[in-house]
Design a protein around this ligand. Structure first.
Ligand code: PBG
Length: 328
């Protein structure tokens, strides 16, 4: 390797056109997915205090916002539902007239080129806020699988382009794949939240989705943040069960896991920059302590550089607007 003074890395940094020419990682709006919260009603917007700019939206408002995001180039949306009724087993999750199902149908009609992904989980639909059904105070893995499968089939029947199970039950990808195939949805892909870590970064989301567990926490089903080898085992299982795409979540604190999963599998990989990551940047920017726009872009570029193909982020529309203004 040539050494200084023959090799001067600064030569290629001296002008913006040179820097652009040799830039290794690019962020394009089509790789961004915007999570959205849909609730019943008409012309309803309920702002989420802990997530500036994010609101629970009725279907009409959601379609308007999604259309604007699509016009800015955003590739897809990820839908979470806030149902009218919650119960012990999350019955509303597979209601064909539920907010998510209605939103999917409206989006596929009004904004057909936007990829519509649905979050498949019970925590927004259960009155106890856990991601599965309970038995003796614990989440019953196997009894939950059939319910998740019904929810996924209901989303696919509404027209979802991709279903994304986030519950972290063992065996759910296989159960959902089987149910989709049996119901005639062999072409509906599964984006598996394969490596989803339990932790404090989901705090603001639980306000947004009204899904805070009423007792205990999610550490008996979501992963221990210390474990990266285990993340690879989770990923292998989900691939064996039929996952089409994988996800690592949260993103920023788990960039090493993103890289290892990408290198080990070569599968299409999404990373979810979760609510806490978003709100921290927003809060510091509001105080004038950081340049919010530049930190937003660097956080997203870092996730791409780590190996994610798709970034799920509450910044999707804002970042798409920055990308649309052109590289600087
Ligand atoms: C549902 C789900 C959660 C998130 C996505 N799907 C919450 C949780 O696991 O408690 C979190 C997303 C975010 O924080 O932005 N299981």
């Amino acid at each position: 390797m040539a050494m200084f003074p023959e090799y001067r890395p600064r030569r290629l940094r001296r002008t913006a056109p040179l820097r652009r020419l040799v830039r290794e990682t690019h962020l394009s709006a089509s790789q961004l997915v915007l999570p959205m919260f849909v609730r019943p009603g008409h012309r309803v917007r309920v702002p989420v205090d802990s997530m500036p700019g994010v609101a629970q939206l009725s279907v009409d408002e959601l379609v308007r916002e999604a259309a604007a995001a699509a016009a800015a180039g955003v590739g897809g949306v990820l839908l979470f539902g806030i149902p009218e009724h919650k119960d012990a087993i999350g019955t509303s999750a597979w209601d064909d007239q539920g907010p998510v199902q209605q939103a999917v149908r409206a989006l596929k009609r009004e904004v057909p080129d936007l990829v519509v992904i649905t979050d498949v989980c019970l925590c927004e639909y259960t009155d106890h806020g856990h991601c599965g059904v309970l038995k003796d105070g614990d989440v019953d893995n196997d009894a939950t699988l059939d319910l998740l499968a019904r929810e996924a089939v209901s989303h696919a029947a509404a027209g979802a382009d991709i279903v994304a199970p986030s519950d972290m039950m063992d065996g759910r990808v296989g159960a959902i794949r089987g149910a989709l195939d049996d119901a005639g949805f062999a072409h509906t892909p599964i984006l598996s939240y394969a490596a989803k870590f339990a932790g404090p970064f989901y705090g603001p989301f639980r306000d947004a989705a009204e899904s805070t567990p009423q007792f205990g926490d999610r550490r008996s089903y979501q992963m221990d943040s210390a474990n990266a080898d285990e993340a690879l085992r989770e990923v292998e299982l989900d691939i064996a069960e039929g996952a089409d795409m994988l996800m690592v979540k949260p993103a920023g604190p788990f960039l090493d896991v993103i890289r290892r999963v990408k290198d080990a599998t070569g599968y299409p990989l999404a990373a979810y920059q979760v609510s806490g990551e978003f709100s921290m940047i927003k809060a510091a920017a509001e105080r004038g302590w950081i340049d919010g726009e530049r930190v937003m872009m660097e956080s997203l570029l870092g996730i791409r550089r780590a190996g994610a193909d798709v970034v799920i982020t509450y910044f999707a529309a804002e970042a798409a607007a920055v990308i649309g203004r052109g590289e600087r």
